[in-house]
Ligand binder design. Structure first.
Ligand code: CDP
Length: 234
């Protein structure tokens, strides 16, 4: 494949969208398909939230977290072959950052301007050589506004809730459980879309992909075709 991008390792693909729209799993599979690295930016916000909860920093104090206090939380995303591996104080937190407690608090932490600023260099560094599929809320609008391909993934709320429960291995997809999960996802979307800094929004030049009723493989292939076209200068 002829690379037409100025980045040595390939283009940057930015996938944004609301909670449970399938961004992270799609981004991971897309990165594997393209031979690129995957950056799950949500994992960084989740790791900071987990670390702050563990350190028992009261939620009311989060708005005034300083860079020194954030450094002291010892949150790191170390590059491994396929993506980034999150640690807090040297310990793997891959599972802990997916807890209900973190789910319930992460949007609060992600709305703090000093936290977003503190993370920005690490996120941008991941894209310094290109060859990256990054997913989140503000990847195409703020982190990599010059990404060669931007996609905005959406999905019907019930379907997003159903995917989340199945992903967690919960056999109970009863209507009440679905409604409760859909409400939790929507509460997070509300905070993410209305915050003052880097709110969730579709970039003007992003391709809108509605994944409702779409097979997973189909989503990945559709994006892979677009990415290969863009990488070839299309
Ligand atoms: O996977 P899921 O859609 O549940 O969320 P995530 O991508 O893990 O992100 C968790 C939270 O981090 C989001 O609800 C946002 O509050 C925040 N986030 C953000 O503000 N900006 C990003 N680029 C990525 C995540």
């Amino acid at each position: 494949m002829t690379q037409r991008t100025h980045r040595p390792d390939g283009i940057i693909v930015a996938l944004d969208g609301p909670a449970g729209s399938g961004k992270s799993s799609t981004a991971k599979a897309l990165a594997a398909r393209l031979g690129y690295r995957h950056l799950d930016s949500g994992a960084f916000y989740r790791a900071i939230t987990h670390a702050a909860l563990q350190a028992e920093i009261p939620v009311e104090r989060w708005d005034s977290l300083t860079p020194a206090e954030l450094d002291a939380l010892e949150v790191h995303g170390a590059a491994d072959g396929a993506g980034y591996h999150m640690t807090v104080a040297g310990r793997d937190v891959g599972e802990a950052i997916r807890s209900e407690r973190v789910n319930a608090h992460v949007s609060r932490m992600a709305a703090v301007p000093s936290v977003r600023e503190w993370l920005m260099d690490a996120l941008r560094e991941a894209g310094a050589r290109g060859g990256l599929v990054a997913d989140g809320r503000d990847i195409g609008t703020v982190v990599f506004p010059d990404a060669e391909l931007k996609a905005y993934l959406v999905c019907a709320p019930e379907e997003r809730a159903r995917r989340r429960l199945l992903e967690r291995g919960e056999p109970d997809v009863a209507p009440e459980a679905l409604r409760a999960e859909a409400a939790r996802l929507q509460a997070r979307d509300e905070i993410d879309s209305t915050r003052a800094v880097a709110p969730l929004t579709q970039a003007a030049d992003a391709v809108l992909v509605d994944t409702t009723g779409m097979e997973f493989g189909e989503q990945v292939e559709r994006l892979a075709r677009l990415a290969l076209e863009r990488a070839a200068g299309g």
